[in-house]
Structure formats: C-alpha cells, structure tokens
Design a protein. Structure first.
Length: 406
C-alpha cells in the first residue's frame, strides 16, 4: 500500500481523539469502524492480529493500535501523527482540569471532588468485573487473581510487591494455564526491520535500568518525575484502569500529589475522550514541586506513553514467531489473571477506603455501577451524575469527610 500523508493520518485520528469515549475496548471499536470498515486501511484479520499483539504487551493497548495503524499508513511520521491526534485532545483537557482543580474549594468544590471520587469507584469496579469475566474464566486463573490481590493488600506500601505479583502470575501461568485457545497465527506485515526492533528494545531496557541511576546522582526533580511515569507505563499489563495502582504508588506514596487530588483527577479522566493514560498529564501538572504545570504535564505524558511504544516497535518484527510458543501464551494468561487481582486490590485500597464513608456514598457508587454495567450508560453521563450527586450530598451534609481514611 502506498504511503499517504502524515497530515491525513493526523486529521483522522484527531477526529477519533475528540469523539472516542468509553475506554480502551470502545476505542478499538471506533478504530475498526473508521479504518477497517469505512476506509479499508487493513482487513479484519490483520486488525485482529494487531489488537492481539497490543493486548499481549505492557502499555496502553488502544494507543498502541493507533500508533501501529499510523505506521502502516504513513510510516514513522504517520505513527507519530496518529498518536498526537488521538492523545492531545484528552491531554489538553486533563491539563486544563489540573489548573482549575485548585480552585475547587468550599462546600461546592469539595462536593464535586467527592462525587468524582465515587465515579472512580464505579468505573474501576466495572473494569474489575469485565476483566475478571474475560481473563479469569477458570479456577486456575481465578485463583491466581485472588492470590495476587491478597498478596498486594497484605504487603501494601511497596511498588515492588506489584511487580512480584505480576511475575508470580506469569510463573503460575506456565504451570497452570497451558490449556486454552491459541492466538491467531496470521501475519501482521508492519514495516519494521529487526534492527529497528532490537534498537527499540535496547532503548526500552536502557531507560528502565538507567533512569533510576540518573535519578540517584542528580537532584533534578524532572528526572525523578520522568522515571516514575516511565516505570508505570512499562509495567502496565492490560492498559486502561490497571495503571491506577502503579501511578498512585509513583506519585501519592512519595507525597508529590495528595490522595484527594489523585482520585478527583482519575474521576475527571472518565469524562474526556481518548486514552485514559492522559491522566498522567494531569498528575504531572499538579505535582507539588517543579517541574509542574505545562512542563510537568508534558513529562508525565511522554513518560507514560514512551515505554509502550518502544516495546511495541521492538516486538513487531518478532511477534509472529514468538506468539506461537505455548509457553508464552501460558505465561500471559497467568500475568493477565494477576493483573485482575492487582486492579481488584486497588478497588479496595485506595478507592473504597478513601471514597466510601457512609450509606449515601455506597448508594451513589452502586447506582453508577449499575448504570455502567447493566444499562451501559456512557461514562460521561455517569461522571455528570456523580458530580451532581457529590454536590447535592455536600449541600445536605451527606457526603463523607474529604480526606478521611488517608
């Protein structure tokens, strides 16, 4: 297929970035409708293979698919254009919210922030419910998820525990999850050489290992900030809401961002189109010490997306051979089950413990959960309802105390 203009790619994905509400699964549906059905950039089989790869790798799956589609259409400039078009609308909105969040004080502002925190509870509960049904359909994987959640909750307070839980999930998968459906055996045909793939993997590993060293020998806060977001993006299997516990450990546990600001921003992220990973732009903007603001938002945005794109470029040339190995498939089944446990643990702490304080909070979160799961309401509708409910509870003195259980 003849390479097209990167500007064409930018405009198409800018449209998707402005209109794609509903999370990673919905984003993949929007991309398929626009680029497979309507524009016929690739066929359904190739698109399915691409989705399979991006769900296998750490990082934001929908953004990796977008990046790959731009690469197929217009080479490396097209890949960058696709990512920018899909990501910038959400990133700009989240950064703007960061600048306005500080003015949300008094009963009205506190009620709004509390309502957004309740939205976050419902959204993550929906994610746990859906992922558990898909990724833990048998006893072995359900057991791996439960044990991962128990391990994280029992030994909470260290990001190392999250990594250990994921690694143990992979090892358990090698032992317990060798049965199951195999992945597609088609060919992706994305134009990347093995040399580019190897260089990308070396850069990915070099940054993962080297950033903590640079952070240790320099006092510049920007390096520590970039390292925190890069490490979070590099360890997220499953994408989307799974980034929540990793980012919280990266910025809240270090005292860079308050729990209230973190959860309010996460709730607000449900109201904007595009990838959920742009939550990092908000966090980078609201960190307590410089670099913050626009520079901090840029560091957060680049830091969290870069590892997923590097490992995607590094894997594409070798993917067709690697995914046919039964051991790789079994390990990923175990890792995905552990990811469900990781997100389940995050649903309890910090979300439930810091957001649910009384019966009114439970009722609002439960109504929002039913709206999302049974009635399939759009997330933006649920965000509006949650915000109004938070304001109403604050007005009638029904909301839980802001900052309780921290």
């Amino acid at each position: 297929m003849r390479e097209r203009s990167a500007l064409e790619v930018l405009l198409i994905f800018l449209k998707l970035g402005l209109t794609s509400f509903g999370g990673p699964v919905a984003h993949l549906g929007y991309c398929r409708e626009e680029l497979v059905v309507r524009r016929r950039w690739i066929d359904d089989a190739a698109y399915s293979d691409l989705v399979a790869l991006c769900q296998f790798l750490p990082g934001p799956a929908s953004s990796q698919v977008v990046f790959s589609l731009g690469l197929i259409r217009a080479g490396y400039p097209g890949a960058l254009a696709a990512w920018l078009g899909f990501t910038l609308p959400s990133a700009i909105l989240m950064t703007a919210f960061a600048f306005g969040a500080g003015s949300l004080t008094g009963p009205l502002g506190n009620g709004l922030l509390h309502g957004l925190k309740l939205v976050a509870v419902a959204i993550v509960a929906q994610a746990v419910w859906g992922m558990a049904r898909t990724l833990c359909p048998d006893r072995a994987r359900a057991s791996i998820a439960a044990l991962a959640a128990a391990l994280i909750l029992w030994l909470s307070g260290s990001s190392i525990i999250q990594i250990v839980a994921i690694l143990l999930g992979g090892l358990s998968g090698l032992w317990l999850c060798r049965t199951g459906s195999s992945v597609s055996t088609g060919t992706l045909g994305v134009p990347i050489s093995r040399r580019v793939g190897i260089v990308s993997l070396l850069i990915f590993i070099g940054l993962l290992v080297g950033l903590p060293i640079v952070r240790a020998v320099t006092s510049y806060q920007g390096v520590a900030l970039f390292d925190a977001f890069y490490r979070s993006g590099a360890l997220v299997f499953g994408g989307g809401h799974v980034v929540l516990p990793l980012l919280r450990d990266a910025v809240v546990a270090r005292g860079w961002v308050s729990d209230n600001a973190f959860l309010a921003g996460y709730g607000a992220a449900q109201a904007v189109p595009g990838p959920l990973f742009t939550f990092a732009a908000y966090l980078g903007a609201v960190v307590k010490s410089p670099p913050n603001g626009i520079l901090g938002a840029t560091i957060g945005l680049v830091g969290i997306f870069l590892p997923g794109m590097l490992i995607l470029l590094g894997t594409l040339p070798f993917w067709d051979r690697f995914r046919s190995r039964l051991g790789a498939q079994a390990a990923m089944r175990g890792i995905n089950a552990a990811v469900v446990g990781l997100l389940g643990a995050a649903l309890y702490s910090p979300l439930w413990t810091s957001s649910i304080h009384n019966a009114a909070d439970v009722c609002v979160a439960l109504i929002e959960f039913v709206l999302l799961t049974a009635l399939r309401s759009r997330p933006i509708i649920v965000v509006i309802i949650g915000a109004l409910a938070g304001i109403a509870m604050s007005a009638f003195d029904l909301a839980g105390p802001i900052g309780h259980h921290q």
